[in-house]
Structure formats: structure tokens, C-alpha cells
Design a binder for this molecule. Sequence first.
Ligand code: LER
Ligand code: MN
Length: 269
Amino acid sequence: MKYCIAIGEATSPTTPLLLGGDYFKSIETAKALGFEAVEIHTPNPQELEIDKLTETCKRIGMSIETIGTGILYGRYGFYLMDQDTEKRIQLLSMIRNYIDIAARLKSRVTIGSIKGNVPKGENKDKYLCTLAESLKTVSVYAAEKNVILLIEATNRYENNVLNTASDLYRMISENKLKNTMALMDSFHINIEEKSIGNCLSDAREYLGYIHFGDNTRCYPGSGAFDFDVFCSSIKKIGYDGTVSVECYPQPDSLTAAKKTIEFFRKHFS
Ligand code: LER
Ligand code: MN
């Protein structure tokens, strides 16, 4: 199991990132706290200093597990089901750029919020077809670049498509998406899944990444989510990949990060 922490340009009490500001400082801080990896959330992957990041990670024994794209939807409104072809093509080109950068960093690309939302009154199947087409396009490119895409199941209040592990399984298998794995997040699972103990196996062979946050989206173990059941299921299915904390920096970044490392060690070492 690899312990990972989400970092970004800046933190805020209601953004699920624990460390913000200078990426190099965040990576050093994460290492000092006991993490082995970071995931970087950025709207501007082209601004990442690839060589310096690679050198820093190599020197201190860290890795960049994935690059998050969500800000493209949250801040700029780009989404993969957009019926405005020009805007969708623009987004696909931005995602190719993330894939290029991920290839150089030996990382992956997360596709979460940018799935978007089917507008009220619109035909859901039509939008899902557009989503499948967009995902096919980027997954073919990801395969060419040897990069894995992580599609995330998010809750209904953020996205009204692909909310569960079964939804991800169907989308990936029915469209034969190349180089595409499922990302499951305990915060979203708490809202969408029928069983905390069984939902991960619904993603079957595609389960590739797990985000941790409690039901309040504060650090794991601080709320009501049943992590004993959840973590037992992770061990039972033999998942041995990245476990990454994506939660609010409350009561403050360092406390939440320290509590998470204690939590990971308690459940997984
Ligand atoms: C992204 O990983 C995620 O979980 C979304 O809820 C972003 O806020
Ligand atoms: Mn997440």
C-alpha cells in the first residue's frame, strides 16, 4: 500500500486538499509526515517543473501518483459531456496535455468532476453517449502515451452520472476503454453505495485507486463513515495500490495530515 496526500496551488477550508502552495515544499512536508506520494491538483499542468519534480521525488523517495483535472470544471466549466462541440474539443485537447505531462512524470490522470452534469430536462442517454465518446478519445491517447486514466465515481450533488463502482465498471467494459481504471472515494461512497463492505468489488478488475475522506469530508477516522468495514474490504479483495487522502484541511492541514498517517498505519501496516 502506498500512502498518498492530495496537494494543490492553495488550500481552503472547503477544498479537499491538505497541502497548498509551493509544490516542492509540499512534497518535502508530505515526506516528513510519513507519506510516500502526492497527487497534484492543478488547472495548469504545463506550468509544472517536470525535471525538478522528477529530481526531487527521486532524491527523497516520493512519487506523483496522479494529476487531478477537476479544477477545469469547478473553475472554468469545461466538461466531457458538453454538447458544445468546440468547447468539448478544447477540453479533450487540455486532457491530452495532462496525459503528456503525466507520461513525463510517470504519473496518471484523474477524470472526476469533469464528467460534468446532464442539464435538467435533457436526455441522459444522449449525454452518456457523448461522455463515452470523449472517454474513448482520451483513453486511446492515454494508451499511446502509456498513461493510466483514473475515472472517479463522484456523488450525485457534484455529478449526475457515474456515481457508483458498478457505473464505472459498465462504462469501462462496455466501451472497452483502454488504459482506464476506476477511482473510488469513501466520501462519495458514503452517499451513493448500498454497501460500504461490498462496493469496491463492483469495480472488479478495474479498481485502481482509492481516495479517503470521512462523511464530513474531514480526515478519515474523524467522522461517522465505517472505515473498519471499508478497510477490511480493501484488504480482503487484495488491493495493494495507492491510498490517498483527499479531505478538508480541518482543523488545520498539518493536524489532518498527521491524523491521516496514523489512520493509514493503523489500518494498513
Ligand atoms: C475529486 O477527486 C473529488 O472527489 C471531487 O469531489 C472533487 O471535489
Ligand atoms: Mn475524490
